[in-house]
Design a protein around this ligand. Structure first.
Ligand SMILES: [Zn+2]
Length: 73
């Protein structure tokens, strides 16, 4: 892992502070690969949205079946 290691632009070798869209020295687009936590956050959002979707569907189904039960009374 290179978490505490100072990273440098692969083209002009100036030190970079973490992830940057553009190198401040030579203007290279995305000089560093995306940090590992970017993928972790994306995965967390994906799992969270999947959970919400499943929960909402279950609630909607429960509400619909409850409404139909009332209608039949
Ligand atoms: Zn550079």
């Amino acid at each position: 892992m290179q978490l505490n290691k100072q990273q440098h632009c692969p083209r002009c070798k100036i030190p970079l502070k973490g992830y940057v869209d553009e190198c401040p020295g030579c203007g290279m687009d995305k000089p560093l690969p995306l940090p590992w936590y970017f993928y972790a956050i994306m995965l967390a959002i994906l799992i969270a949205s999947a959970w919400i979707f499943i929960d909402l569907e279950a609630i909607a189904r429960a509400l619909l079946s409850a409404r139909e039960g009332i209608r039949q009374l």
